[in-house]
Design a protein around this ligand. Structure first.
Ligand SMILES: [Zn+2]
Ligand SMILES: [Zn+2]
Length: 410
């Protein structure tokens, strides 16, 4: 599947550039200035218009959600990948979705200078997602124990419409639609529909020491080699994240990033690794020191297929490498962080469901559990390279190298 292409301009020299939608760290090919792209409440995009009367156009918002949908039942976890969009207005006469249309177009980021009138979303992203999910569900299905959506948490797409007498005009193609203009659209105020910026270009410099931040184009966590710090976006700023690396791997190890997340859990005794061993009914008796070791969730900090995501999270949560972690940055052979910690937190109940035993008690136990993430850090773990896989010997897990390579656009 292919992602969107975004047409943008360098904030320093104004040179036009095209981006893949997953690119965050962008180097201008002309002035070489590096910028890191952040969206305060997710990114906002415009579909291009062919219309010459841009100032008269009405931009209708559509929520976009892309990523993995998980649904946990007693029998197991189902998952599917989806890349969908759904209208954010309550007007039923307008197209409910833009379908695959954005894929074939060069989109732009929304800027406050954009011409036209931008309608604010009336439905929340949550409402739009519930509407989408309810269409997927079959009526006879048993209730779900828990669900999770992991991926691009929020994005808003604006589609341009023109008004041509009593009919609406598709301003992307500059063609009339056979849809009558809803009267609500005509009574909208002309002013006060100014857009907010859909993207901010931050200079890719360490906020602490001013050194160049490094990372691959898709990286959501950047590293400063000068003061050995790691940075992630928070709103429109960069904020420091505590990061560490596991020692003792092979010299040629490849490092994969994980979020180590400490939580306050209610409705279940799960404060230590010893309690985890009992909750998961692990075959070996818990070691004495496990009763002192705080329980942490381990979640991949990168996009990967659903099966691998859950498998990795479960294996590392049950067999963490906590004792080997030291504050340091990974070497150049590492995979970038491509999944934000907020998204990783969405999966915690699902991971808990994957190891709780006995299974027959799962519905009642899950229903009683409340998980509040309290602290997190970034941990890079060493994987050994083989012909087809990356292998973590202690946790006894493997990641297929092809699958990892193909997961960038999930
Ligand atoms: Zn430039
Ligand atoms: Zn620095």
């Amino acid at each position: 599947m292919s992602g969107w292409r975004i047409e943008t301009a360098c904030p320093q020299c104004g040179a036009p550039t095209d981006l893949e939608e997953t690119e965050r760290l962008v180097t201008c090919p002309f002035c070489r200035v590096k910028s890191f792209l952040v969206g305060r409440d997710g990114f906002r995009y415009l579909l291009p218009s062919k219309s010459t009367r841009r100032q008269d156009l009405l931009y209708v918002p559509y929520w976009r959600f892309k990523g993995l949908f998980f649904a946990c039942r007693q029998a197991g976890v189902e998952h599917r990948f989806a890349d969908v969009n759904e209208i954010a207005l309550a007007l039923s006469s307008l197209p409910r979705t833009l379908g695959l249309r954005p894929q074939g177009l060069r989109l732009r980021f929304l800027t406050p200078q954009a011409e036209g009138r931008f309608l604010p979303p009336e439905r929340s992203l949550g409402d739009a997602m519930t509407a989408f999910l309810s269409r997927l569900r079959k009526p006879h299905e048993r209730p779900l124990l828990c669900t999770a959506h992991i991926g691009e948490s929020m994005g808003l797409l604006y589609a341009p419409y023109g008004i041509d007498g009593p009919f609406l005009l598709d301003a992307v193609l500059d063609r009339p639609l056979s849809i009558r203009t809803p009267p609500e659209l005509l009574s909208l105020p002309v002013d006060d529909l100014r857009p907010a910026a859909g993207v901010t270009f931050l200079p890719a410099l360490c906020p602490d020491c001013g050194w160049d931040l490094e990372g691959s184009p898709q990286a959501l966590a950047l590293h400063c080699r000068s003061c050995q710090s790691s940075w992630i976006p928070s709103g429109e700023r960069l904020t420091q994240v505590s990061s560490c690396c596991a020692t003792g791997g092979d010299p040629g190890s490849f490092f994969l990033p994980f979020w180590e997340i400490g939580c306050e859990l209610r409705g279940i005794e799960l404060r230590t690794r010893g309690e985890l061993a009992r909750a998961a009914n692990l075959p070996a008796a818990p070691r004495k020191e496990w009763e002192e070791e705080p329980f942490r969730f381990w979640v991949p900090a990168f996009k990967i297929r659903a099966e691998n995501f859950l498998q990795l999270a479960k294996a590392l949560t049950l067999h963490p490498l906590t004792g080997r972690l030291e504050p340091s940055l990974p070497g150049p052979r590492h995979h970038p962080v491509t999944l934000p910690v907020e998204e990783a937190c969405e999966s915690l109940k699902l991971i808990l469901a994957a190891f709780l035993r006995p299974r027959r008690d799962l519905p009642e136990r899950l229903a009683a559990v409340e998980i509040r993430p309290e602290r997190f850090r970034l941990a890079y773990l060493p994987f050994r390279e083989t012909a087809h896989d990356w292998i973590q010997p202690e946790a006894k897990i493997a990641v297929n190298r092809n699958i990892l390579g193909l997961s960038a656009n999930l």
